[in-house]
Design a protein around this ligand. Structure first.
Ligand code: FES
Length: 146
């Protein structure tokens, strides 16, 4: 039986809504949210609302600003607990990509966990991390420290 494109899209749409298709579910789980956030003084300011999604929260978002050479991955562990990691590989400085809870370097395959610890070489040093202050509405990442 051949499925027409229109029917396929319709089926896919329903599967996504009901999250009944494992493939679709996985895909939506690893989708990375990228935002640009302002820098105020030495603080990168991210709105907590950026973590909200239809159901629940993003586990992390990738934050850029033109003044940052590399983006920062901001992982959310709870309402009050976040980690900010600089996405520069500690091996030879390639930019890392976030996949779920993993940060992966496409240059030589190093991997880091969501705390910045090396889980796979050749990198040996943990990622640079920044202090995070959680306020009522916003999250402040201190860029001068660390
Ligand atoms: S630069 Fe990232 S593994 Fe070599």
């Amino acid at each position: 039986m051949t499925m027409h494109r229109k029917d396929f899209i319709k089926t896919c749409g329903l599967a996504c809504l009901g999250a009944t298709s494992v493939g679709m579910l996985l895909q939506s789980c690893v989708a990375t949210k990228n935002i640009t956030a302002p820098i105020d003084g030495d603080q990168l300011v991210i709105s907590k609302a950026d973590f909200a999604k239809n159901k629940g929260h993003y586990n992390y978002i990738v934050v850029s600003n033109t003044r940052l050479q590399y983006p920062i991955a901001l992982f959310r562990f709870s309402e009050e607990n976040y980690t900010a990691l600089y996405l520069q590989c500690t091996h030879q400085g390639n930019e890392l990509n976030a996949y779920g809870d993993k940060l992966v370097c496409s240059a030589h395959g190093s991997e880091f966990d969501n705390k910045g610890k090396v889980t796979n070489g050749p990198a040996t040093e943990a990622l640079r991390s920044f202090p995070v202050k959680v306020l009522q509405e916003n999250i402040h990442v201190s860029l001068s420290a660390a």
